[in-house]
Design a binder for this molecule. Structure first.
Ligand code: RP5
Length: 162
């Protein structure tokens, strides 16, 4: 199982790290790059050539501000591309959200919430789980554990106020 994560700047790293950790915890090999669509477009295209040929199954992209990265990546592959809009500008991530989500027909980017890198990782895992049965099992088990913990929280709240 192999995924790529591309961010636009090293200033994005702390918001992207949770996704890297989640993917690694599920045994996914993750190629992480910092390649801005605006500042390093040639290097980005070079990397996308690799990604298209090395068995990568999903690409997660994260960027703030004008956030062209996810769309530019999507234009260079038919692999599923997930976009994470990042906050940090005066517009607090709304700029990146609008930029990433408003793709022209035919070049989709699956856009998650502002700073939603954890869900980007889980969505990537779910995509890969279509092909990897063990991963699907692990995700289903974790969903069960999540439900158990949510129901326990409910019981605690109920007990406290009854
Ligand atoms: C975007 O511009 C990056 O993804 C980052 O979120 C933002 C600011 O980048 P720096 O000026 O901090 O490098 O391209």
């Amino acid at each position: 199982m192999k995924a790529a994560i591309i961010m636009g700047s090293t200033s994005d790293l702390s918001k992207v790290e949770p996704a890297i950790e989640i993917l690694k915890n599920y045994g996914v090999k993750v190629n992480v790059r910092c390649l801005s669509a605006h500042r390093a477009h040639a290097g980005l295209s070079e990397f996308m050539k690799e990604v298209n040929e090395d068995g990568t199954e999903v690409v997660i992209t994260a960027a703030g501000m004008a956030a062209a990265l996810p769309g530019v990546v999507a234009s260079q592959t038919v692999l599923p591309v997930i976009g994470v809009p990042l906050s940090g500008s005066v517009l607090d991530g709304m700029d990146a959200l609008m930029s990433i989500v408003q793709m022209p027909s035919g070049i989709p980017v699956a856009t998650v919430a502002i700073n939603g890198s954890k869900n980007a990782a889980y969505l990537a895992l779910q995509i890969m789980a279509n092909k990897h049965e063990e991963l699907k099992k692990a995700l289903l088990e974790d969903r069960k554990a999540m439900e158990t913990s949510a129901m326990k929280a409910n019981e605690e709240v109920q007990a406290r106020f009854s």
